[in-house]
Design a protein around this ligand. Sequence first.
Ligand code: HEC
Length: 124
Amino acid sequence: MIKKNTLHQTKLARISLLFSSFVFCSSTASAQDVGEKLFLNNCAECHQRDGKGLPNIYPALAGSEVVRGSGVDVALVMLIGRGEMPSFADAITYEDMASIINYVRNAWGNNGKEISAQKISDLR
Ligand code: HEC
């Protein structure tokens, strides 16, 4: 009886371990979701949620040379602003900028290396 109980506990421990690794994995997967949400809140009004922008008004980020080129270039556009686009330097934290950049550089067929918040703050 005691043996059976221990076995049961080990099983429970294994299940909870499995469960916590599941939670852990889904929370890392949601880094992308955070970036997407921030993009929708801050950028999609102009660049559109599909990243295609509006012809002759807002450039597409999907397939953009700048976006595909380097995270630093995208960070500079966000920090400094460009033309009609406002600077986000005082509106968004470096962490959130990194999430947005990593999102746009890996959405809609783009495929770019990740940038860290530290790297962005070093640009200032
Ligand atoms: C008010 C509209 C507006 C918002 C909001 C906006 N942008 Fe822009 N964005 C523009 C315009 C307009 C340009 C083109 C500026 C120019 O070249 O004169 C641009 C250019 C860019 C470029 C350069 C693209 C290229 O291929 O040259 C990037 C990258 C970019 N925006 C990213 C973002 C991100 C990321 C956000 C959200 C944090 C954002 N933008 C929010 C209007 C906007």
